[in-house]
Design a protein around this ligand. Sequence first.
Ligand code: SF4
Length: 478
Amino acid sequence: MSQITTEKYKDEAKRAIKNPVLQDALSNLQERLGKGAVEAYKNLPEGHRLRIEAHDIRMNAIENLDVLLKSLAENVRRNGGHVYFAEDALSAVSHCLEIARKHNVKTAVKGKSMLTEEIGLNRSLEAAGIEVVETDLGEYIVQLAGEHPSHIIAPAIHKTRKEIGKLFSEKLLIHYTDDPPALTRAARKALRDKFLAADMGISGCNLACAETGHITTVSNEGNIRMSTTLPKVHVAFMGMERVVAGLNDYDVLFRLLPRAAAAQNMATYISYIGGPCHKDQVDGPEEFHLIIIDNGRTKILADEEFREILCCIRCAACLNVCPVYRKIGGHSYGYPYCGPVGSVVTPLLVGINRAKDLCLGEMLCGACKEVCPVNIDIPKMLLGLRAKLADGDRKWNVTRASLVEKALYKTWSWLIRNRWTYDLFLRLAYFSQKFLPQKGGMIRRLPPPLHGWTGKRDILPISIETFKQRAKRINLNP
Ligand code: SF4
């Protein structure tokens, strides 16, 4: 199981904001990837309509998961592969270890998979004496640095070129350079031998096709192809929600995924993997195993309010446009899934109280919904989680975050629905604010529990003139 440090979200976020290197590394994320995705959608002949279609495809798959997973498993087995359904992280990791022992695996090469981060696979394999080498360049960098990914598709986005240059010169014993092509060549050279020596290849799975029994991986580096074809055993990990009905669905989703993820019309490599190497094939593993993982997803599926989050295809577009992610980076979230999608999925997977600050930390600006290739309504689900924190929820085992806050909002709600008392309250507030510290016509500090509002900014005092009076005075009324 991945280490969960969601409780430290606020402290980590504060630390991240003060970190100039991180701020530098994240500074042009929005420009590079965020805006590009929206532009790339505009060039699609179907425009926005394709995102609606993608949503329908994914929702249809989620609502028929039982049938599709059964069909996927049957077809993978028909293709000569093995399928294992893992209820939780422990069961998935144990099964992988069993396969590794059977084949006397000493080294494994791995293509990027956030799911294996979620289940803490590397730690368990390494504890069993197996060397695991990440082969995606970004993952390789964070592995050398002894860190975790900070972005779903750009795991080392928090690092600057200079930092990577220093890391490579220390770990790969090369002369310092911060030239990206030179650094890529150094990583490639170091990884080539690992690919050739590996006994096991491990990959994630972007989507799986129930109709044909193929899993599909998308990459720009070609490392996944080597990880899945060179070693004699290939183990693929897949979240149970990643299945779609047929190849027609791929057509829609794989046109959107590279646009959303990297503002590309098409990914460099899309690999369709359909089991072990057959007699008439030159390349491929002797054995193929697909481990389909639940690990809390069934509970999400059972809840109509949050089921939609299972449509996610982990493109990371919502991270790239999120004003919160762009300031605090991925490590602050304390779990492999970060940004807006992480702020919904992590509380649902690890506990809503435990990860409450993630959903409370988002701004509800709606940028994530606008950019999501499968049109997931993330803001609605963030509000749903906040409502559970406010009211408590037995099904999700949520205790109320704060009774004081609840009482304050109840009072506020009552006030704004009663004109006379609201006016009276404003009058009282107008006179009381005179006792607060002010400078330049602004209030510097509010008393607890409202002090957070003025922690980093001053606020305008309440005016004696109401909105209606002002509108009348400046003749806004028709
Ligand atoms: S929620 Fe949407 S935008 Fe965010 S990672 Fe998932 S599919 Fe991509």
